[in-house]
Design a protein around this ligand. Structure first.
Ligand code: G3I
Length: 321
């Protein structure tokens, strides 16, 4: 019946995918990407990022985002929107600007205001702040931290609430927080502090970029999700993929299937985990080979758009819940 249909039967809100602009001319890809039975939710992999949305100061361009958001809406797919405040994929004018705290604060507010208002009521959730922490639990060095200080995070959440309205779930999103470790504990501390001080935060996204042989177990992912459950925050696996050290083999694909299934099952079983998004479903568009030379085949469908063992394993697990 499709992974989203099975996921809903298993109690999730959605099973979704990231969709990238570079392959929108491939009709076979697009028809799977917007098949609502398979993927009940879509996230633009790149289209809503700063360098494309506001390439020059106060000049906004929504064409890349629209190319994914509009067909997703027409198909009846929920949309998770990604992302406002991040250190990466910033245009040169942001990176190289001669900012004061005051001027950069105005830049961040103006960006969030425009993009949030443009997509008002279009997003189930926004990844308001992305990847703000280091593995040791300290804040990541970025232009935001350098110029605005740690308050940039809570300001981004306040503006996101102000300009999206109340209907949109506001998420903090990061990788490497799929185990209980210094990073996930630091995110939980921040969330706890936000809740205590009425800073609007609704959820935490665990990206879940995993590697065969080094991935967290079902128990580890469950424990990490539970950190946020205990704070009554919603969670989601927002960018799930499982890379393989090439060359690939049937054995590695079986291990990959286990990793995908364990993570998805943890989300099914933890009360506040609402859904799972894969960070694209097709190996040739995955971000992995470019960023991790020697690794690849991280997705559910192979080069020929054929389903891999991981696809069938998730399908079977969801069907048996
Ligand atoms: O925009 C240029 C385009 O003009 C050019 O023709 C093309 C040629 O290769 O490159 C395009 O830029 C690429 C961009 O994606 C858009 O396709 C960059 O080279 C490429 O590095 C960039 O990668 C993206 C990456 O974020 C950047 O950090 C990946 O597609 C995207 O999947 C990835 O997504 C991130 C999440 O946002 C946050 N979490 C981690 C995740 C994986 O890195």
């Amino acid at each position: 019946p499709g992974l989203d249909i099975l996921a809903k039967r298993a109690g999730l809100l959605y099973f979704g995918t990231a969709i990238d602009n570079v392959v929108l001319n491939n009709t076979a890809y697009v028809s799977i990407a917007h098949n609502v039975s398979e993927f009940g939710q879509a996230t633009p992999s790149n289209g809503q990022k700063w360098m494309y949305i506001e390439p020059q100061q106060n000049v906004f361009n929504y064409s890349m985002a629209d190319a994914i958001m509009k067909p997703a809406k027409e198909a009846g797919q929920m949309r998770r929107c990604h992302t406002f405040a991040w250190h990466s994929q910033l245009p040169d004018w942001v990176n190289n600007g001669n900012w004061t705290k005051e001027t950069l604060t105005a830049v961040l507010e103006n960006h969030i205001k425009n993009e949030a208002q443009y997509f008002k009521d279009d997003c189930y959730a926004w990844d308001v702040v992305n990847e703000a922490f280091e593995d040791d639990g300290s804040l990541r060095n970025s232009i935001w931290l350098q110029v605005m200080g740690p308050e940039y995070i809570e300001l981004a959440f306040k503006w996101a609430r102000q300009y999206t309205g109340n209907g949109t779930r506001l998420y903090y999103n990061d990788y490497g927080i799929e185990r209980v470790n210094n990073k996930s504990l630091a995110v939980a501390e921040m969330a706890k502090d936000f809740i205590a001080r009425d800073i609007p935060i609704d959820g935490v996204g665990l990206q879940a970029h995993f590697t065969v042989g080094r991935a967290p177990t079902y128990d580890e992912v469950s424990a990490a999700l539970t950190l946020f459950d205990d704070l009554k925050l919603e969670t989601a696996l927002t960018e799930l993929d499982v890379r393989i050290l090439l060359p690939d083999s049937p054995e590695k694909q079986e291990l990959q299937a286990e990793v995908y299934t364990n993570a998805t099952k943890a989300c099914v079983d933890v009360a506040e985990c609402v859904g799972v998004t894969v960070w694209d479903f097709w190996d040739p568009v995955s971000w992995v080979p470019e960023s991790f030379p020697g690794y690849g085949n991280a997705c559910l469908l192979d080069d020929d758009l054929q389903r891999k063992p991981a696809y069938y394993a998730i399908e079977k697990m969801l069907d048996e819940v």
